[in-house]
Design a protein around this ligand. Structure first.
Ligand code: NZQ
Ligand code: ZN
Length: 390
């Protein structure tokens, strides 16, 4: 096992009705800004419940900022930063999915940046310039990203199509409310995207090379098997509480740092996926379903031992020679995504070979030239991966 230093300070308040416990987690005299997206939380009653809970006790000033878009933009978030400054907000509350929570993290950091510093530096430095951040919490409505219990975020500059991730130890939510009932109104497509996102987060901390990290491996395999088991019902039965509860907790556990502590990681699928979103507007989860099977194919020698372990322990594939078992594991992975209604080829989005050069150029522009667990996924290898995804 590799050395590690792990701390996760986010308090999780889980279960049906847990929004009512919000009040005890937000300081009683706070000046709160509630941030949300395009209106789903207004339509499904979550916002009303949140506002009511905030008024339960305490003398809080509560303001709202709406319109954080999927793949949140720097431009929109800077308007929230301005509101924070004008209204002397001292606590942020994100109500939504990964985009709203990520956006709130950015606002938390940007609002505490010295006025002389351009907030774009947060993204340019991938979070390293962050020395302070406003405290914030989250009410999660979409299980997928793990943003509710991690310290990372992804923000896009709309003007230049730069989609950039950042992180800082100062950006863990103080608490997150995870009520599976809040996810009932999600469109099928977003649920399927969430299953894929959580699956791929787990894979990127698992499918590398063995370091005899048995706990991490078994935890990861448990998450993968759970997602395979519940995926179809999560999509088909929106109001099945236990299925949604297991989905929410799987997605949180897939990216709260626990399974990644002490093991090599390979985030190539995400980094290539971000460029697909930035250049072609494909939903985050859907980009991963295109890229991961191609990464497994192109990196099958480097990942051979773990691919065989994955085949056996996640898919119960035991027959045939090693190459046949790896082929079967890749095919099962692809079929799982497709069974959720998530396509796995660039061609499914009318993208052909001519789309590849601009994607590779974008990876180079963003410094993504040494990806993978051994930093050997060069732009040439990324090109091979995209070719395998055609
Ligand atoms: O904007 P509204 O109207 O709220 O609608 C949203 C949005 O259109 C809707 N939605 C959310 N909850 C709903 C709902 N609709 C009905 N009922 C509900 N309960 O769903 C749409 C998508 O929301 P979004 O937040 O964009 O989705 P997701 O949670 O998948 O987040 C994607 C973003 O997270 C980033 C991605 O890159 C992308 O920008 N990621 C963040 C990570 C992190 N912080 O660790 C890791 C991930 O790998 C990912 O990169
Ligand atoms: Zn993701």
């Amino acid at each position: 096992m590799l050395n590690f230093d792990y701390q996760n300070p986010t308090r999780i308040i889980f279960g049906q009705g847990s929004t009512s416990k919000l009040s005890r987690s937000v300081p009683p005299k706070a000046r709160v800004l509630v941030l949300y997206g395009g209106g789903s939380v207004r339509r499904n009653g979550t916002l009303d419940d949140v506002l009511a809970a905030l008024q339960q006790d305490g003398e809080r000033h509560v303001a709202e900022f709406s319109g954080i878009e999927p793949n949140p933009t720097f431009e929109t978030l800077m308007r929230a930063v301005q509101q924070v400054r004008e209204e002397q907000i001292d606590f942020l509350l994100a109500v939504g999915g990964g985009s709203v929570i990520d956006g709130t993290k950015f606002v938390a950091a940007a609002a505490r940046l010295p006025a002389s510093e351009d907030a774009w530096s947060i993204l340019e430095s991938r979070g390293r310039v962050i020395k302070d951040a406003l405290p914030f919490g989250a009410v999660l409505t979409l299980p997928a990203t793990g943003s509710e219990m991690n310290a990372g975020g992804v923000v896009t500059r709309a003007a230049t199509h730069d989609k950039i991730s950042f992180s800082s130890r100062l950006l863990y939510p103080q608490f997150s409310i995870l009520d599976p009932v809040r996810t009932y109104t999600l469109p099928t497509r977003q649920v399927a995207n969430g299953v894929v996102d959580a699956f791929v987060h787990t894979m990127e901390q698992y499918l590398t090379y063995p370091v005899d990290a048995r706990v991490q491996d078994r935890f990861a395999e448990g998450l993968l098997r759970t997602l395979v088991e519940i995926g179809p019902d999560a999509v088909a039965k929106p109001e099945d509480y236990d299925t949604r509860a297991n989905l929410v907790w799987s997605a949180t556990m897939a990216l709260n740092g626990l399974i990644g502590a002490g093991v090599p990681q390979d985030w190539a699928t995400h980094m290539i996926g971000h460029e697909l979103t930035a250049l072609h507007g494909i939903d985050h989860g859907r980009t991963l379903a295109i890229v991961l099977p191609a990464v497994m194919e192109v990196r099958r020698e480097a990942k051979r031992d773990k691919l065989l372990q994955y085949a056996e322990r996640v898919w119960d594939i035991r027959d045939g020679d090693a190459d046949a078992r790896i082929d079967a594991a890749i095919a099962r992975t692809r079929a799982f995504f497709e069974s959720l209604g998530v396509p796995t080829r660039l061609g499914d989005y009318q993208l052909g070979a001519d789309a590849i050069d601009p994607l590779v150029a974008a990876l180079e522009k963003h410094g993504m030239t040494q990806l993978g667990e051994k930093q050997d996924i060069t732009p040439d290898v990324s090109r091979q991966i995209l070719q395998a995804a055609l």
